[in-house]
Design a binder for this molecule. Sequence first.
Ligand code: AMP
Ligand code: ZN
Ligand code: FE
Ligand code: FE
Length: 297
Amino acid sequence: MRVDLHTHSHRSDGTDSPAALVRAAAAAGLDVVALTDHDAADGWGAAQRAAGESGVGFVPGIEVSCSLDDGTVHLLAYGVDPAHPGLATELGRVLQGRARRLPGVVRRLRGLGIEITEADVRAVSGEAVAPGRPHVADALIGAGVVGDRREAFVRFLMPGRPAYVPRYGAPLREMLALVAAAGGVAVVAHPWSRGSRRVLSPGALAELARLGLTGVEVWHRDQSERDSRELSALARDLGQVQTGGSDYHGLGKVDHDLGCRTTPPDQLERLLAAMDSAAQQARASDPSVRPAGADLR
Ligand code: AMP
Ligand code: ZN
Ligand code: FE
Ligand code: FE
């Protein structure tokens, strides 16, 4: 059984529609796929319908942009009720932070003599709920300034580069509580990839586990085999579920093909059990919560 728990559609910064992504997952031989767009659940409905038609299991997720002690951490929230007021408010803040950052990024690029406008970025971010740096990259590709997204990040958009502008991230400790209140479970995404390695020491991961973290994304393309071995041992010691996923972005990210990293079936079982009990607990304290739940067949 092949399980990919980390993918992005064009509702955030991927290039496939949610339905096309799920059909591609089926064609790639995956048995279960999660859609985990950045800060949004807008693709879930279409993805779940396509999963039903393709005979693929579906797990609803959101990759939430968080902050921890001045660093950036991505948190995969599975099975939450996206309409939960506290969670929805905080996701709204993150999306607003993305929109607010855009003018500054464009101003900096124009300051470098690059004739690009906010409208150019919005034109390429068409279906996305909010613009991200990858959409700025796409606009730069369209203007003939760079050849691909990676080049745009390396030359302009990464921290330390001339068009980098930071944005709001949800405070991670508070987000863990919101995910639980919204009936879902939280898995820390690519803890030892570029952005988060400095922030997520073994001690920090242990603290997050005490605060209710359910899992650690052990297998991810941006983590070496050695990182994964160390993370796996650490996660085991902390009693965490161990997940893996491709972080597929369609044509937006090379070397992140669907299923290039996967979650072992026994770990999927643990995650699903944790989702069930999180949903029950949240409903027990607030009967109006509607956790999303996985749809496996
Ligand atoms: P943002 O969320 O708008 O700050 O942009 C971050 C997103 O950009 C990440 O989630 C990745 O999808 C993408 N990204 C980050 N670094 C790179 C890179 N070097 N090449 C391509 N995409 C990247
Ligand atoms: Zn992304
Ligand atoms: Fe991420
Ligand atoms: Fe991602």
